[in-house]
Design a binder for this molecule. Structure first.
Ligand SMILES: [Fe+2]
Ligand SMILES: [Fe+2]
Length: 301
């Protein structure tokens, strides 16, 4: 998304702010690390030789996580007539992909639990947004009939992680950015660039680089709001950007209204063009995915 408005504040030394942020993040000792279980799940996903038993081994080491996976397999959503009491059966019922995503979500949510943040920041709402955007990105690739990068879910889940860093370590700047966004009618990313010279996407990518996540993920997180004009049309950063926008549209309007808005939005029309499902079918499918995702999150949290 391009920066729409230009307002400049000569009193702010943006280069100074950027190096200050980078400096602080490099020196902070208690920066969260990517949970082992999430790292292991990523390894299993990317290893074509790994099987369901490998995934079971990773999950069963974590008792709380295993209990949650079983709880989901036993939920009304899957309607299994008898009690699911072992992980292997749960994995068959829920599906490998889905379990990978659930494990990644739960383990990353634990990094910043509710109450660990500055009181003004709504952590459960943040994770709901992140988890639904991850679901929307996967659904968008499916509905657009485009090949889906294997990092789609985790990159989308972590797309706004920079906001958490800003709230935790640079709360004064973050609050200034929020205020400017409201006052000037800017997006948060625009006001962040205005005040700090950098947006939360780039801040988040510093953390994921430190976690040694693949460049594909770091780049998508960095560029999910602001990216070069020659970015690939269905690249991960662009898909995450659309997931983010669709999240707010679908949260604010009825499904019929969302379809109507998109069918009249030149940016959506030119991006989606003739790819995959019709807008109506795509949005109805995404709507279903969101409902399912909310159901899962309510069991997980
Ligand atoms: Fe964002
Ligand atoms: Fe977002």
């Amino acid at each position: 998304m391009a920066i729409k408005k230009k307002i400049s504040n000569p009193r702010i030394d943006k280069a100074g702010v950027i190096s200050k942020i980078q400096d602080v993040l490099e020196r902070v000792r208690d920066l969260p690390t990517l949970p082992i279980v999430a790292q292991e799940v990523q390894r299993v996903i990317h290893d074509s030789k790994s099987s369901m038993s490998d995934l079971v081994k990773v999950i069963e080491r974590d008792v709380a996580l295993s209990a949650r996976i079983l709880r989901i397999a036993n939920s009304a959503f899957y309607g299994v007539p008898r009690k699911v009491d072992n992980l292997k059966m749960a994995l068959v019922i829920i599906g490998m992909d889905e379990v990978n995503n659930l494990v990644t979500t739960v383990s990353i949510m634990r990094l910043f639990p509710d109450g660990s943040m500055n009181g003004s920041f709504d952590v459960p709402k943040f994770w709901k947004h992140s988890a639904i955007c991850a679901e929307l990105s996967v659904g968008l690739y499916e509905g657009l009939r485009q090949p889906r990068p294997s990092s789609t879910f985790i990159a989308s889940l972590l797309h706004d992680i920079g906001k958490l860093l800003l709230v935790q370590y640079f709360n004064d700047y973050f609050i200034k950015c929020l205020r400017l966004a409201v006052k000037e009618g800017l997006s948060l990313a625009e006001s962040e660039v205005e005040i700090m010279g950098i947006d939360h996407g780039h801040v988040g990518s510093w953390l994921t680089k430190r976690w040694n996540l693949p460049d594909e993920i770091n780049e998508a997180i960095a560029q999910h709001h602001i990216r070069p004009a020659d970015s690939p049309r269905f690249g991960l950063a662009t898909v995450i950007d659309w997931s983010d926008r669709l999240y707010y549209l679908m949260e604010g309007y009825s499904i019929e209204k969302v379809i109507e808005i998109l069918q009249n939005d030149p940016e959506w029309i030119s991006w989606k063009s003739e790819a995959g499902y019709s807008t109506e079918r795509l949005i109805r499918m995404l709507h279903y995915r969101i409902a399912r995702s909310i159901n899962m999150i309510s069991i997980l949290m």
